[in-house]
Write a protein that binds this ligand. Structure first.
Ligand SMILES: CC(C)(COP(=O)(O)OP(=O)(O)OC[C@H]1O[C@@H](n2cnc3c(N)ncnc32)[C@H](O)[C@@H]1OP(=O)(O)O)[C@@H](O)C(=O)NCCC(=O)NCCS
Length: 174
């Protein structure tokens, strides 16, 4: 991994074990405002450290954590086999970008964009094809992915909680 990317006062760098609790606090604020993640934030640490985790990054501003993103292995059939994602079935190494969020106070400054770019560059460097699922209700995120050139590959339904479902959209990295 190269030097952290720096734009103005924002630094994007690999997450360390010491960052997880602070990222969890930011996640609680995000949930209160945006209802993300729909699963809730009963245990932010567990949600930020899934067994499938491959790599995670944080964004900091004046040494405080203001954003987060991670890349995880694809579990089972978690990416529906849309026509444009069939390369996954032919054995190409694939992963999912997930757990993207930015502190409400730090929005609109390209923090989210820089986090997505860091994850995407890592995937390109390691030869991994990235996918992501975004809920249809998360409009700012959808605008961000489409602005960065992610390709919509199909609509789906995200299962969560007690047999609840929410409309979602799957994307493939540019
Ligand atoms: C999606 C998210 C990460 C974007 O973070 P961000 O740092 O504001 O991202 P950017 O500045 O790179 O741009 C995001 C877009 O949201 C818009 N936006 C949302 N809130 C904004 C705000 N408070 N001020 C300014 N722009 C805002 C911007 O207009 C921008 O789109 P545009 O430039 O095409 O108009 C952030 O809104 C977030 O954490 N949302 C809740 C969690 C979520 O939905 N995660 C996605 C999981 S799939």
């Amino acid at each position: 991994m190269g030097q952290p990317e720096q734009h103005g006062d924002i630094v994007i760098r690999p997450r360390t074990a010491h960052d997880v609790a602070a990222a969890g606090e930011v996640l609680r604020e995000v949930f209160a405002i945006d209802g993300y993640p729909v699963e809730g934030v009963a245990d932010p640490i567990a949600w930020l450290t899934p067994p499938r985790l491959v790599r995670a990054w944080v964004a900091t501003e004046a040494a405080s954590i203001v954003g987060h993103v991670s890349v995880s292995e694809i579990s089972g059939d978690s990416v529906p086999l849309f026509p444009e994602s069939t390369e996954r079935a032919s054995g190409e190494q694939s992963a999912v970008l997930e757990r993207l969020f930015v502190s409400p106070a730090a929005r609109g400054k390209q923090v989210g964009a820089q986090l997505v770019v860091a994850a995407t560059e890592y995937a390109v460097e390691t030869g991994v094809r990235l996918f992501l699922e975004v809920l249809a209700k998360d409009k700012a995120a959808i605008r961000l992915y489409e602005r960065l050139g992610w390709t919509f590959i199909g609509a789906a339904s995200h299962a969560y909680g007690n047999a609840e479902r929410a409309e979602s959209r799957w994307y493939r990295a540019p």
